[in-house]
Design a protein around this ligand. Sequence first.
Ligand SMILES: C[S@@+](CC[C@H](N)C(=O)[O-])C[C@H]1O[C@@H](n2cnc3c(N)ncnc32)[C@H](O)[C@@H]1O
Length: 372
Amino acid sequence: MKNVKSEALEHLSDLVVIAFNKKALKKIILSKPHAVDEIKSVITSKMITSNIVLQLETFSKDNKAYHRNIRENFKKELLRIFRNYSQINVITTVGDCQYMCAKSGNEKLIGDNSLRKMLQSDEIETINTNGNNKIKNYILSGNEDFLKKLGVSDETGRVRDKMQSKFRQINKFIEHIEAIKDKLPTNTINIYDLCCGKSYLSFAVYHYFKNVLKMNVKMVCVDLKADVIEYCTGVANRIGFDEMQFVCGDINEYKMIDKPHLVISLHACDIATDIVLNKASQNGADVILSTPCCHHELNHTLNCEALSFVSKHSMLKQKMCDAMTDALRLMKLEGEGYKVDALELIDPEDTPKNIILRAIKKKTFDSKKQKN
Ligand SMILES: C[S@@+](CC[C@H](N)C(=O)[O-])C[C@H]1O[C@@H](n2cnc3c(N)ncnc32)[C@H](O)[C@@H]1O
């Protein structure tokens, strides 16, 4: 952390407070953190219990997101946070500005003067600070009994700070399910969650079909981890989600008993996503929704001279390999009779792993034509 007084950062925090007070602050993206275990942070204005606060969300390399609400001493708190980053982008309704600090310590502030002028205007567009209230538009509100029992929300239905990101993820995932529900049966449905982990998504999906759509649901969730499977079985029993079954095992070995109507998977690591897609397609799933996790295989094996202008930059190589891996996955599913899409799961600010691969079985599919 820099202890030296930085005029640029003082100036920037002043500007942010003006934008915040005028309800013009959209977000602040804090990149190039000094902390080695952090990816980045984002600050947004949120309405929490009738007060507008600044919410700091920090994304760490172990895939966790931490939240902190700043309710007072805004300038002082912002300054303290800003000192931990070498790049800061302030985005407002009337314009943006950027702070950069080089390794040498040289600081640069771009766009601050014009932003200050724009903020002086009396008639500026304000943001909707409904932040947490936005949750009311989601399919899950936080007030559902199962979310309270899972510890996602507290007894008042307020989503706990450390669960905000997971809550948004599962809500968005369900929105993706809602968007394709006409491709699924309307009475009884067989769902598989492969690589379910702690199964927040599985419980939410079960709730959606069982309690919101009032359908008969049979759901099987599979994961390698025995302790997690034992824990989830206990939770399902406690909350009365009777038609949920948790199976401990390798998804590669797992044999689906009922025809899968919907196969879901959230962040199955590396090639586990390929196993999920393969298993789902081989068993004729009607719909597959899968958000891949880390991709390693292509990144480790790619050896292509023609692409060396990209692959010599390790970060760009990773991004290219991620995109190529997902595109190859979709191409394979397309060849197996699916209509495929790559969609955005959630705000990319939330997690870099925000692609959802969607495959919907085509009614008529000529496999011979495909091979030619
Ligand atoms: C990053 S976690 C995601 C868990 C959960 N879907 C979520 O989003 O919270 C990945 C999970 O995949 C499981 N997994 C990885 N490979 C697997 C395999 N071959 N068979 C079953 N589970 C596997 C791990 O045990 C882990 O729980």
